[in-house]
Ligand binder design. Sequence first.
Ligand code: HGY
Ligand code: MN
Ligand code: MN
Length: 410
Amino acid sequence: MDSVPRINGERLWASLMAMARIGATPAGGCNRQALTDADRKARDLFCRWCEEAGLAVEIDEMGCIYARRPGREDHLPAVAMGSHLDTQPTGGRFDGPLGVLAALEVVRTLNDADITTRRPLVVVNWTNEEGCRFAPAMLASGVFAGVFDRDWAYARTDADGRRFGDELARIGYRGRLPCRARDWRCHLELHIEQGPVLEREGKVIGVVTGAQGTRWYDLVLRGRASHAGTTPMELRRDALAGAAEAMLALERRARATPGAVATVGTLTVPRGARNIVPGEVRLSVDLRHPEETTADALEQAFAEELAAIAHRRGLDHAFERIWAFAALRFDEVCIEAVRQAAAAEGLPWREMVSGAGHDSCYVARVVPTAMIFVPCREGLSHNEAEWCEPEHCAAGAQVLLRAALSMAES
Ligand code: HGY
Ligand code: MN
Ligand code: MN
């Protein structure tokens, strides 16, 4: 092996498992939603680890944490390595933390080897990547990239009506630094694939060339609440039965569109009861495809069928797109650095497009960016059983170190 230092896989694993204890769920996953007390504890632990590693820690106005390591030529644009510490309500232990803690492991390894890179390095924790508590996802990286305005982000509310800006202040992470694009040389993110491809093909590294487009919608169906015992079937305006038909139409259309995925992840019947014919239903829709024109056609076709279902059932409906980011390709120089790093490690790798959204998808708009994937068991994620083998975590961190080093010496 050449002079590149080896990361300490045991130390990385220990950090991952210590972080996973914060917001741990009985089923073995994590519930560490953005800006909760669990998120604050995770942030506090991460900041302590960064300070112990000699990094200078800064917090911006969206709560993003930037932990900086000086370079030999410290004025040069930095190499950033980041991901997120917030999780889904039934999240796993690797989605997000693997990227943040592998970046910290890169720093710890360089400290042990007494190596100072030419460019400075920055380890980043992006606030609210998941978007489950405060929609949309990738909120802070979106502000960083100029996609969202800070005050619009501050005004986002959770299901209990709590404002993002207030919760960020409450946990003590509403920094003063502006959250806006920085002139970094690049941003690299290690992440579990969250899909089955690498495992199925026996590959250890995914050289991620880009991501598919994602769209989120709110769908409301309104009929008429009425008595479950006295309302004849033919007189009902049942919003939930209409929602059921709409969901099956969405599933049918997505299955019929190669490469498309569509999900109704949440459905609520406000003030519903067992013996009331549902008068109103609210659903979330997540629709994704690698090609924007195909996603447009699928969206249009579903909207038309939805209108026909609502009309036939005497329902009113509102189908509103609340968020979207288009399919994108990452930076060629960064992709090549990841490709070379995987090859230099002698690891089986393949190029691939990310099915999931990541902070890198927004950061890529303002900073040259690429991602590294490692397999997760059965491709399972956003599930408490999410698992990544220790040797795959270590392999991913080693490739991250190599890619970061090559960019930092460029
Ligand atoms: O939804 C996504 O793709 C990401 O995991 N937040
Ligand atoms: Mn993630
Ligand atoms: Mn996720």
